[in-house]
Structures are given as C-alpha cells and as structure tokens.
Design a protein around this ligand. Structure first.
Ligand SMILES: [Zn+2]
Length: 313
C-alpha cells in the first residue's frame, strides 16, 4: 500500500521544485499525524512559526459573504455589488472616484481587518503550548493577531505590512505612519461613503496621496522597523539551522508561496535537524522525499491546533 494519497497538483509540484519526488499528503490517520507532530514539537528547542491567511480564517476572521453584507452594506448600496463589493479584499481594489471615497472605504476596512479584529483565542492556545521554546513568527498577515495574543513584537517579522499604518502612495520616502486614530476619525465622520476633505491625508514630503502600508505594488515601503525585524529574523534563522528545530506552518496556501511555504520546504530539505509541520485546511501537501521529517496535516486548523496544544502543553 502506498502510504501517500496522491492528488493531482502538477503546477504546485512544479512551483515548489519537488515534481520528481511528488508533492503529497501523508496517508497515516489524523491521530497518528498529530502524535508525530506533537512529539517533534516537544523534542524541539526552537520553533519558527510561518503564518498565512488560513491562520486568521481558522481563528474566526471573516471577510466576505453575510459578514461583508452586514458590515459593508453601505458601500454595496453606493457602488453596486459588481465584481468588487463582495468581500473586503476585492472591495479594496474598487476604482474609488476620489480620495474622500477611497478613505471612506479603507478606514473602515483597516479597522475591521486590523485594529478591531480580535480572533486571538486560537493564537493564545498555540502560544501557550509553545511556552518555553525559542520562538519567532514569519507572517504574511497584516492583521497583528499574534501580537495581540501576546507574542512580543521583537519576535515577529510581518513582511507584507500592517493594516494600522499608511505611507506615501508613490513611496517617495522610506517612512510609514501609524494611522489607527486617524481611521477612527474618518470612520466616525463618513457620510454616504465619503469622509470630509480635511481628513484626507497628504504625503508630508511630496504632498501627494497617501496609501495603505500593504504590499500590493512596487511602491510598498519597507521602513526602518521592517528592516530591524528582518535582521532579527536573520539571526533567528542562524539558530534554526543548529539545535532541534520545528518549522510550524499555519494556513499558508499558494497565493504567495515564495515567502513561507517554499523556503520552509527548502530549509527542511537542506538541514537534517529541521522538521516541517504543515497545518492547512486544504493545502497540506509536503514533498514526499522528506519522509517523516515533513508532516502535512490537512484538517480544520482550529481542531488540529487544539489537538496539538493538548499534547504539547
Ligand atoms: Zn510622497
């Protein structure tokens, strides 16, 4: 019997460079995989977390459907549903007619997806289970949930920006600005989807429009805090390749696999001391050639994190 369940994933195999060795889900029962992963975590002194959008979703964050209709119905009424006004992300790409309308939407979106989002119980469960480990988080999430759950900022590298910060939209100078208080003023002053003109932020250097500090084009600003976090991440990586290390990947799919997913596979492939544990609702495949050094657990992540925590705490 083949111990792997073969799934058709040619393009994903090609992207991750493991086409020849196959990209597969382990065939063992769920409980066995949890036991193995928990044993590897208990044995590790160092854990590098890699969290993608699936982590926030598993923790309870909502972006579309009924939630969007309830929270953002006023924008659907103004702009129509069309292709944009269906969930928070798509709505962010709407070609708003002016700055007042742009910030009318984005202030509410930034608060809803960032400062006011609190889906931290699952994050706390995980952090508690990893107490005592040398811990660092690499994440593409901009929602700050691990920090809210108590992970120190010095142990977080959020590569794609933050819902709490703004920057020059043209990226004319390498600074970002905390904007939660401004978003709250905008949110309170919005009428018919628009904010008053005197609340529209202007770049203090070039006078042009400001935008969100979220990586969406070549103008994304990596400010001094970003580079400081990158440097700390680099030092942590040096530690990861020694000692006993687990890379614990949480809800990372194929939207930006080049940031967490593929580098985690490469690190595991190249360093005998590293184990990869990949939790995902639908994309938990791992390179078969890594054998038991890579464990993909494809399940509801709220469940698999709770089960792992029970056996690690
Ligand atoms: Zn500027």
């Amino acid at each position: 019997m083949d111990r792997f369940v073969k799934k058709k994933s040619v393009f994903e195999e090609f992207l991750c460079g493991s086409f020849a060795e196959r990209y597969v889900l382990p065939g063992e029962p769920y409980e066995e995989l949890i036991d193995r992963a928990a044993a590897q975590i208990r044995a590790a002194d160092t854990v590098l977390l890699g969290a993608g959008a699936g982590m926030s979703t598993a923790a309870g964050a909502e972006y579309g459907g009924k939630f969007f209709e309830e929270q953002f119905g006023e924008f659907q009424e103004i702009y129509g549903k069309g292709p944009y006004m269906r969930d928070m992300y798509s709505a962010g790409f709407y070609p708003f007619p002016d700055e007042e309308s742009f910030w009318g939407y984005w202030s509410k979106m930034a608060l809803t997806a960032g400062a006011d989002l609190d889906v931290t119980p699952l994050h706390r469960t995980l952090l508690k289970a990893l107490a005592g480990k040398k811990l660092f988080l690499l994440t593409t999430n901009a929602d700050g949930q691990f920090a809210k759950a108590g992970l120190p900022e010095e142990q977080i590298f959020a590569t794609q920006g933050s819902y709490d910060r703004i920057q020059c939209r043209r990226g004319c100078h390498p600074k970002t600005y905390e904007a939660v208080a401004l978003f709250r003023r905008m949110d309170g002053a919005r009428r018919a989807g628009r904010i008053p003109s005197d609340l529209v932020p202007k770049c203090p250097v070039c006078g042009g429009p400001m935008g969100m500090n979220l990586r969406s084009d070549e103008h994304f600003i990596q400010d001094e805090n970003w580079y400081a976090a990158e440097a700390r991440f680099g030092r942590f990586l040096s530690r990861c390749v020694q000692g006993s290390t687990v890379l614990l990947e949480l809800g990372v799919g194929f939207n930006t696999p080049g940031i967490i997913r593929f580098p985690f596979e490469k690190l595991t492939r190249e360093h005998e001391n590293i184990r990869l544990i990949r939790l995902s609702r639908s994309k938990a495949m791992v390179p078969a050639g890594l054998g038991e050094r890579a464990t993909g657990i494809q399940a509801d992540m709220a469940r698999s994190i709770a089960d792992l925590a029970k056996k690690c705490g």
